[in-house]
Design a protein around this ligand. Structure first.
Ligand code: S3P
Length: 171
């Protein structure tokens, strides 16, 4: 039985797509925290924010991170804001290797635009300066990672390969 791989990082850095492929390659289970919260609550993330506010979403994240910290052999794609609550990091680190995915602000903007509407926190932020500002505010939280990988200008499988090379003997 091995450690979990926990992917953190800003919105649009590829946590879900890379996490899914990484889990396939390692033949372990993939958990997408946003999707899991949607299953648990019966609402989309956007609906939770709209009807009940960010605080409710953050408390669902806390409960789920507590639960996941009891499991093993998972690849977990977190939501970009999971790091804002210290308890989550403590819990997810407990039996997990934390990997932060990074991307250039222009790439983040391009990627999130494709799925506009899914990310309530970016609803009114559609300039690269907005992304740069949020990234700067959050940088201090993302430094808790054991490893960081930049996903700009790379194919998903190339990033997966890079991650596998580094983590294979550590989980
Ligand atoms: C959030 C990121 C989203 C989602 C929610 C809040 C954030 O996840 O959890 O909209 O605070 O950065 P993704 O990083 O998967 O987009």
């Amino acid at each position: 039985m091995g450690k979990n791989i926990v992917l953190i990082g800003f919105m649009g850095t590829g946590k879900s797509s890379i996490g899914f492929r990484l889990a396939q390659r390692l033949r372990i289970t993939f958990i997408d925290m946003d999707k899991e919260i949607e299953k648990i609550t019966g609402m989309t993330v956007a609906e939770i924010f709209k009807r009940h506010g960010e605080v409710r979403f953050r408390s669902e994240e806390i409960l789920l991170a507590r639960k996941l910290s009891q499991s093993r052999d998972l690849v977990i794609a977190t939501g970009g804001g999971v790091v804002l609550q210290e308890e989550n990091i403590t819990n997810l680190r407990q039996n997990g290797l934390v990997i932060c995915l990074d991307a250039e602000p222009q790439d983040i903007l391009r990627r999130v635009k494709r799925k506009a509407g899914l990310r309530p926190l970016l609803r009114k932020k559609n300039r690269v300066e907005d992304i740069e500002q949020m990234l700067a505010e959050r940088e201090k939280y993302y430094t808790c990672a054991d490893y960081r990988f930049n996903t700009s200008d790379k194919g998903l499988d190339d990033v997966v390969q890079e991650i596998l090379r580094v983590v294979q003997d550590k989980i």
